[in-house]
Design a protein around this ligand. Structure first.
Ligand code: PBG
Length: 325
């Protein structure tokens, strides 16, 4: 049977029937808000390339988290921006992220705090590991990353999210957590993280652009998807609890394949460039910001993401609680 007996428009005739047959639904439960924390007090400084995104000092970060929690957001992902940089700065127990985690957990205990583990925001060279004679040394970097992960766990982080793309880091981080009494803390691996130009605005926000070269020796080639499956498989075998694909929009096929091939929750990072493009087009009156935002987030979910890290989390949550989707 085909047309005219079969007419797919019957199930699109009105809002009620459309809602009943809707296959994918975005929920505020899926959203994770990334936040940038900097030194000082009373600081709320706008990120020029990301309209609506700010860097907060710890005191105002806590206020921001309170508002996010009231919107129904369950989780935040923290990035630290220290005043003084150096390879040891990221694992200072009194560092910027460590203080931020303690402050949030002390006031809003229910908010699930994820911490980004990487060296690029903390080092002078801006690379994600330790640099030895002009190159990132994988195995030396592992020790630094595991120290950073442990100091985040000590501060009260609910989940550790390494974004550096060194080989073997999930295994060493899992081990350091387990041997120090943190066997209950999950690891969300940035498993398939691509060397992407969509990170441009973030590097402005987190002040972490590499001072020489690029990240192509550790982040993935955008042309590859089978390699992404190998990355994910290895990270799961090393103990990753959640695997991430990043960026999201140009990589929906990767999200889909990871979801089809593995049985762990999949996260997708809707990165800075994806955010800023929408903000810029909307500011010009070229697109409807809220509609495009919701369509984009829904399609990331439809591709297979269980969790979506997005700078739009608060804006989307406000719409979701009003019943729009
Ligand atoms: C650092 C890191 C980056 C992002 C998250 N963690 C930048 C990079 O790898 O260059 C990008 C996030 C975004 O663009 O929103 N390891």
């Amino acid at each position: 049977m085909g047309f005219p007996e079969i007419r797919l428009r019957r199930l699109r005739a009105n809002g009620s029937i459309r809602a009943m047959v809707q296959e994918t639904r975005l929920s505020v439960d899926n959203l994770i808000m990334p936040l940038f924390v900097c030194e000082g007090t009373g600081v709320k400084s706008p990120v020029g390339s990301m309209p609506g995104v700010n860097r907060f000092s710890v005191d105002l970060l806590v206020e921001e988290c309170r508002q996010l929690e009231q919107l129904g957001i369950r989780s935040v992902l923290l990035f630290g921006i220290p005043d003084v940089k150096g390879d040891h700065v990221g694992y200072d127990d009194n560092g910027i992220v460590q203080r931020a985690v303690r402050a949030i957990k002390a006031t809003i205990g229910k908010l699930f705090v994820i911490t980004d583990v990487c060296n690029c925001e903390y080092s002078e060279h801006g690379h994600c590991g330790i640099v030895v004679s002009g190159d990132v040394d994988n195995d030396l970097s592992l020790e630094l990353l595991s120290k950073q992960a442990l100091s985040h766990a000590n501060a009260g982080s609910d989940m550790i999210a390494p974004s550096d793309m060194m080989d073997g880091r999930i295994g060493v981080i899992r081990k350091v957590l387990d041997t120090n009494g943190f066997s209950n803390i999950p690891v969300m691996s940035y498993a398939a993280k691509y060397a992407s130009a969509f990170y441009g605005p973030f590097r402005d926000a987190a002040d972490c652009a590499p001072q020489f070269g690029d990240r192509k020796t550790y982040q993935m080639n955008p042309a590859n998807v089978r390699e992404a499956l190998r990355e994910v498989e290895l990270d799961i075998s090393e103990g990753a609890d959640v695997v991430m694909v990043k960026p999201a929009l140009s990589y929906l096929d990767v999200i889909h394949q990871v979801k089809q091939n593995f049985n762990v929750p999949v996260a997708a990072y809707n990165v800075s460039g994806e955010y800023s493009m929408i903000k810029a087009a909307a500011a010009n009156g070229w697109i409807n910001e809220n509609s495009v935002m919701m369509e984009m987030l829904l399609s990331i979910k439809r591709a297979g993401a269980d969790m979506i890290i997005t700078y739009f989390a608060a804006q989307a949550a406000a719409l979701l609680t009003k019943g729009e989707r």
